[in-house]
Design a protein around this ligand. Structure first.
Ligand SMILES: Cc1cc2nc3c(=O)[nH]c(=O)nc-3n(C[C@H](O)[C@H](O)[C@H](O)COP(=O)(O)OP(=O)(O)OC[C@H]3O[C@@H](n4cnc5c(N)ncnc54)[C@H](O)[C@@H]3O)c2cc1C
Length: 457
């Protein structure tokens, strides 16, 4: 509960309509898709950078925690206000300020939904590559703060590869700008990159300059079926090892395919032990040649069926199947955890074997879904958090998966971030000196720890 003077000061900045503090309203901003819960004292919806800066100055004076929020689709607990205080929800700062295809950039406010930016770019023949599964709901601000990826990041890279510059409100309330509209800019430290993946712990991003790219001339998509999951995984490393980098190479195991079929019936092969959804793009002739080589490789690895999408509609249907995964797992049990341990692509077959062994050891059914071409695995578990014994096994199994990933030279997160979910496992991939360096940066930028306290730093 905020004291009356602070409440008045905040309402003076933002007005009563964009200030919430009734418990039933606050409850909606207490959690994300990881489902840990902690109530804020108030939720504010700024509309301008000046309002954000003024709110931060009040928070700094009273040492109030400030947690930024986009759409709350994080799956690692990143926007959960564990130390209470203020939640600043950016959903009303959602203007696309400029699209400039001649100079290949777009300038957006942080609350712009990723898919809205894609819709604004499409008539110009351009797109913005990072495409998280949450593309229709998550915000660019959240994507930046979690350095989001998605299926086509195999070829195109993740958010940080597209952030040219940004405007940030610091803990002092000062407004600073990093980077520029230039696709080439090496003027000093690349500070906008520091804010990618910072999970709202360093400052509040109020404007972002993004690099955009022309749409490819052609796109080819195939669905490949295997009778053996090991073969499926071998095909992934075989394709990448041969020098072809598809736009996307998504792997689904039998459990995942059947969960999708049970829920939405899109005609995926239920009997398959493993399925790959592979897409290439570029000049038509190059796509044709790459697809021919991909088909050769998957057949060498034991593919039993290769089905190409003949129309844009068929292609959309295949992707719709892939994008349904979280939703369909949520139909199996009340809680789902989707992890994103990442390993070098040559270790994908071994990592999949380990995930299956861990599932057996802890008696939990783990679905395997992966942006497999870049080694980014999303083991998925549907379980019931209220069953304490089962939940303990689920958490232990994930600890074992992170340890296995680290042992194979992998890392804790390929795109979902650290948040609350993975902070305890950070020592698996970062030694003490390296973790101390994170703290040094945090202390220098936010000495009173007002921004998103209680997270990975
Ligand atoms: C169905 C589903 C599919 C998903 N698929 C993918 C996927 O394919 N790839 C992927 O990478 N992720 C995926 N995610 C995870 C999630 O959607 C992404 O992490 C997304 O980037 C979060 O955006 P958001 O707007 O919801 O941010 P939130 O969840 O609201 O916030 C995320 C973090 O960003 C910080 N933040 C938000 N706005 C700002 C700001 N303006 N300034 C500073 N910090 C800020 C918050 O404090 C928090 O730490 C998926 C989630 C779901 C539910």
């Amino acid at each position: 509960m905020l004291n009356a003077d602070v409440r008045t000061a905040l309402i003076d900045i933002i007005g009563k309509k964009r200030y919430l503090d009734r418990p039933e309203e606050l409850a909606c901003y207490a959690y994300d898709a990881f489902l840990e819960e902690s109530l804020p004292d108030a939720v504010l919806f700024p509309q301008t950078t000046a309002e954000v800066a003024a709110i931060v100055r009040v928070a700094a004076t009273h040492r109030l925690p400030v947690t930024a929020r986009g759409a709350g689709t994080s799956v690692c607990g990143a926007p959960v206000p564990v130390h209470h205080g203020l939640v600043l929800c950016f959903s009303k700062m959602n203007r696309i300020i400029e699209v400039n295809t001649a100079d290949r950039y777009a300038i957006v406010e942080p609350g712009v939904i990723n898919a809205d930016l894609q819709r604004a770019l499409a008539p110009h023949g351009f797109f913005y590559p990072p495409d998280p599964g949450s593309i229709n709901i998550s915000t660019i601000g959240g994507n930046v703060a979690l350095n989001a990826g998605g299926p086509r990041c195999l070829k195109y890279g993740v958010t940080v590869d597209y952030v040219l510059g940004m405007e940030v409100v610091l803990a002092s309330g000062k407004v600073v700008r990093f980077g520029s509209r230039n696709v080439k800019d090496v003027t000093g430290y690349k500070l906008s990159a520091l804010f990618c993946g910072s999970e709202g712990t360093l400052g509040l991003v109020t404007e972002i300059i993004l690099k955009v790219v022309p749409q490819p001339e052609a796109v080819r998509t195939v669905l490949v079926t295997f009778n053996d999951l090991d073969d499926t995984a071998r095909a992934v490393s075989s394709i990448i090892g041969s020098g072809i980098i598809p736009v996307a190479m998504e792997l689904m195991d039998k459990m995942t395919v059947n969960a999708i079929e049970d829920a939405v019936g899109l005609g995926l092969p239920r009997e398959a032990e493993g399925v790959l959804l592979i897409e290439v793009d570029g000049i038509s002739e190059a796509c044709e040649r790459e697809m021919r080589r991909i088909v050769e490789k998957v057949r060498e690895c034991g593919a039993v069926e290769v089905k190409e999408a003949a129309t844009a509609q068929e292609r959309d249907q295949l992707w719709a199947a892939r994008r349904q995964t979280y939703g369909v797992f949520a139909k199996i049990a009340p809680d789902i955890i989707s992890e994103d341990v990442t390993v070098p692509v040559s270790k994908v077959p071994e990592m999949i074997r380990r995930i299956r062994e861990i599932g057996k050891q802890y008696q939990v059914a783990i679905g395997v879904l992966a942006h497999a071409g870049d080694g980014n695995m999303h083991p998925l578990i549907a379980a019931d958090r209220s069953n304490k014994e089962e939940w303990a096994r689920v958490l232990e199994s994930f600890g074992a998966i992170f340890a296995a990933g680290a042992e194979l030279g992998g890392t804790l997160s390929g795109e979902h971030g650290i948040g609350l979910a993975k902070t305890p496992y950070l020592p698996l991939v970062m030694d003490q000196d390296s973790r101390d360096f994170l703290k040094l940066i945090k202390r220098a930028v936010d000495p009173d720890n007002i921004f998103n306290p209680g997270k990975f730093v």
